[in-house]
Design a protein around this ligand. Structure first.
Ligand code: C3B
Length: 833
């Protein structure tokens, strides 16, 4: 289906319009016009931020016609819409990305340069909207890019946090959290739509009543209400007319003032209501994969889910359809369990507010919703105490009990007498303080359940969701994650992109499998030379950046070995440190040791309350302080912790990497997506058989991947047989020496207490089995060292890695979702000139 729109376009045919024209003179005029009329600045008084804002508006003007055309087609009854419900969207800066997707980078660059400014400087000044913690939020952002690029009508639904993920500073080697004020200069990319605000209820009680047809009904009498105000951001597709919408909700009080209180002189009380309401969308919870069970978090989840479902229902009715066919027009994907209260809320809206019969509503609900699981970590499985849930959402608790009772009846029929299984499947955990199991709710209320990499989806079926798999195997599927090559190659690595273009022409950014055409180039010495030169230049740029940021000088001719991701024990940044200390120990014993110079680069945030993760950061910076200053080793070893790792910094770092560290304990990293960004940019991976590493290795070939460590089954076997980390410590001389060196205070000015919690944890518990994988990791790193010194072959492997990454384009992931879960099609939009 192709649709054309003939929305009025407000410009005179034949005349280049200042809001749409792409001629250099037009762009310059529009830019200065926006500076004057929107920013209210004259060029001689304007700051870089003013110029950035003026340019952002100039670019936004150029996508508005497509955005409105896309909005317009959503109202057609036959157009199917994907709604992506996510508590996090880690979008990264918009300006550069929109220049790429609108294909106007070159003319805009020329116009800006002819105006005496530097485009890169304006791109770099954008405060990135950090409305996510890590992988899960960034995946949502890549998926929005691919949905638009594949011309699938879609809306991302989430929360407009006033404060996103904190900014990280490193003070005396420790992480310090600073509030993220991303909105401080205003946000040129969003449009508020207060006319589409919705009302959200909380608390209170429920009341049964009989309707005029004599049917039993329930009414929810809320204790308080807040308003959800939508803020829309355009999501451009690459070289297409589709511009989808990211709709983020801000919480506001229904009335700014409680006039009764105000008139009685209680000014503070009157305004307080507003303050309390606005708290809901105030701040992003900075924990990744660790739930805290805080009331405000449940309020946030219900808030954005209810806003979004009311929005979906409004659109359904406005398109001229009834709610009976909601599932035909909408497919709603729940990004992890964070939005899973949607199951109960959609039922409430259909049954209580729109008066549908229960069974009919249930059929619509389960056909509309689908659930993606992103983790097997037990501490990340969301549970809410029944008492907290009931006090905040009394009607939803009743609905969940009703869903559960009907569901358990079916289970009893299928497995008579199997009480243990019943207890596992129940939506309510009856042990201790009773709680609602959100993953169980999501499974029961969805027609599809998927994991995010082949291994992860298999493990889901075998472990955490095993009972659900046995009961309803037809719901289970896998969609391996992907990342957008527009941001992660075209925007972040223009030099490599240009080199690839010269070799295989263009068009591969939307058909990433075409990178295979580079395979033959791996055998072309001339091409290898060019590839190496590109990498060398980018490494030199990163080295400059590192020097500016941290004062540490690094040599761009050393191997850039990089681990960037959230700091978490299961991701094992400290295993990387054990290797660094091993090399340090070796070099101190034998200063003439033959090895390639290496620069170890780390980046990542620790959850503010996660002591062990914060200590890992301190360990990295402390080892760096000693190693970088020690003349015996510092020509061959450098260790850098780059503060405040975020999307913007990711764009610098992936292109410069030569070795990508993906070293989680097998079975714990659901997929990983950084691993894909590295490989796409020609880094080789050292990794375990975990998450998407398995599939990356399959694609690039075992000979182009450095594999180490136990497999998932070996991990399970070792654990069940009784894992004893101390035995590795006692039987491995080097390992013992390395651990003793850290424990002795060598990296902590003699302080033996600083790293004791980390060391004791490794020796007495080691839940992520670093000691068991240590020797295999070090041996594999030695292999990396030898391989790197055969530089021609290294470059060959680098090219082959990039060439074989087609599978990991998020376009492929979205096509998988569209075919197997959403039944959504492309709707190309023609815009009449
Ligand atoms: C992450 C997982 O840890 C990654 O393996 C995975 O690649 C991404 O999700 C995307 O699927 N994840 C996260 O960032 N936050 C969570 N709460 C759960 C999983």
């Amino acid at each position: 289906m192709t649709v054309s729109t003939n929305l009025p376009s407000f410009h005179t045919p034949g005349v280049e319009d200042d809001r749409t024209g792409l001629g250099i003179e037009t762009l310059k005029r529009a830019f200065f016009d926006n500076l004057y009329y929107v920013q209210g600045k004259l060029p001689n008084r304007a700051s870089t931020v003013d110029y950035y804002m003026a340019l952002a508006y100039t670019v936004r003007d150029r996508l508005l016609q497509r955005w409105l055309a896309t909005e317009d087609i959503l109202t057609r009854p036959e157009v199917r819409i994907v709604g992506y419900l996510s508590a996090e969207f880690l979008m990264g800066p918009h300006l550069g990305n929109n220049l790429i997707n609108l294909d106007i980078y070159a003319p805009v660059k020329q116009a800006i340069e002819e105006s005496g400014l530097n485009l890169q400087e304006l791109i770099d000044i954008e405060e990135e909207p950090g409305l996510g913690n890590g992988g899960l939020g960034r995946l949502a952002a890549c998926y929005l890019d691919s949905l638009a690029s594949l011309q699938i009508p879609a809306i991302g639904y989430g929360i407009r946090y006033e404060f996103g993920i904190f900014d990280q500073e490193i003070v005396d080697g420790w992480q310090v959290e600073i509030t993220d004020k991303w909105l401080k200069y205003g946000n040129p990319w969003e449009v508020a739509r207060p006319e589409e605000a919705v009302e959200i209820k909380f608390g209170g009680y429920t009341q049964p009543y009989t309707d005029d047809q004599g049917r039993y009904r329930v009414r929810w009498v809320p204790g308080s209400t807040v308003m959800g105000i939508p803020y829309d951001t355009p999501i451009t597709g690459y070289n297409v007319n589709t511009v989808n919408t990211l709709r983020l909700w801000k919480a506001e009080a229904p009335e700014s003032f409680d006039f009764t209180a105000f008139n009685q002189g209680d000014y503070w009380g009157a305004v307080n209501d507003k303050v309390v309401s606005e708290t809901i969308s105030k701040v992003l919870y900075p924990n990744d994969e660790q739930i805290q069970g805080k009331q405000l978090r449940l309020q946030q989840q219900f808030f954005f889910v209810s806003c979004s479902l009311q929005d979906v229902i409004r659109r359904q009715l406005e398109s001229g359809r009834t709610l009976d066919t909601l599932h035909e027009k909408f497919s709603l994907q729940m990004n992890d369990t964070h939005p899973s209260v949607a199951v109960a809320e959609l039922m409430r809206l259909l049954v209580d507010e729109h008066m549908l019969e229960w069974d009919h509503a249930w059929d619509i609900t389960t056909r509309t919703l689908a659930y993606t699981n992103h983790t097997l970590l037990p501490e990340a499985l969301e549970k809410w105490s029944v008492s907290l849930f009931g006090s905040l959402l009394p009607r939803h608790l009743e609905i969940i009990f009703e869903i559960n009772s009907r569901f358990l009846d079916q289970v009893r029929l299928r497995y008579p007498g199997d009480e243990a299984r019943l207890g596992q499947l129940s939506l309510i955990d009856e042990g201790g303080d009773r709680s609602v199991r959100m993953a169980n709710l999501a499974c029961v209320g969805s027609h599809a359940i998927n994991g995010v990499a082949a291994l992860h989806s298999e493990l889901l079926k075998k472990t955490v969701l095993h009972d659900f798999y046995e009961l309803m195997p037809e719901k289970f599927c896998n969609v391996t994650n992907g990342v957008t090559p527009r941001r992660w190659l075209a925007l972040s690595n223009p030099r490599l992109t240009a080199l690839i273009d010269r070799r295989i022409g263009n068009g591969w950014l939307t058909h990433l499998d075409r990178l295979r055409e580079l395979e033959s180039a791996a055998d072309d010495a001339g091409f290898r030379h060019e590839w190496r030169m590109v990498k060398r230049d980018i490494k030199a740029d990163l080295a400059d950046h590192i020097a500016n940021r941290t004062g540490i000088s690094v040599n761009p001719d050393t191997l850039f070995d990089i681990q960037v991701k959230r700091i978490h024990e299961y991701k094992r940044q400290h295993l990387n440190v054990l290797h660094i200390v091993t090399l340090y120990h070796r070099l101190k014993q034998n200063p003439n040791q033959d090895m390639a110079g290496r620069t170890f680069i780390f980046g990542g945030k620790a959850a503010p309350g996660y002591d062990m993760a914060k200590r890992i950061i301190k360990l990295i910076t402390s080892v760096g302080d000693v190693v970088n200053k020690d003349p015996d080793v510092s020509d061959r070893l450098r260790v850098v912790f780059l503060p405040d790792y975020n999307v913007t910094f990711g764009q610098r770092v992936y292109p410069a990497a030569e070795l990508s560290e993906q070293i989680s304990l097998a079975g714990l990293e659901a997929s990983g997506t950084g691993n894909m960004k590295f490989s796409m940019n020609g880094a080789l991976t050292i990794g375990t058989l975990d998450g998407a590493n398995v599939e990356i290795r399959e694609e690039v070939g075992a000979e182009n991947f450095f594999l180490f460590g136990m497999k998932t089954e070996e991990v399970t076997a070792l654990r069940s047989q009784g894992y004893n980390p101390m035995s590795y410590y006692h039987s491995n001389e080097t390992l013992k020496a390395v651990i003793d060196l850290i424990a002795s205070g060598h990296f902590s000015h003699g302080d033996r207490e600083l790293f004791r919690p980390l060391i004791d944890n490794l020796l007495y518990h080691d839940p992520y089995m670093l000691l068991a994988d240590y020797q295999s990791y070090v041996d594999c790193q030695d292999q990396v060292d030898r391989a790197y010194r055969d530089s021609e072959n290294w470059v060959r492997m680098s090219i082959l890695n990039a060439a074989r990454m087609g599978k990991f384009s998020s376009d492929r992931s979205i096509q998988d979702y569209a075919q197997t879960i959403w039944q959504a099609d492309a709707v190309p939009i023609e815009i009449e000139a």
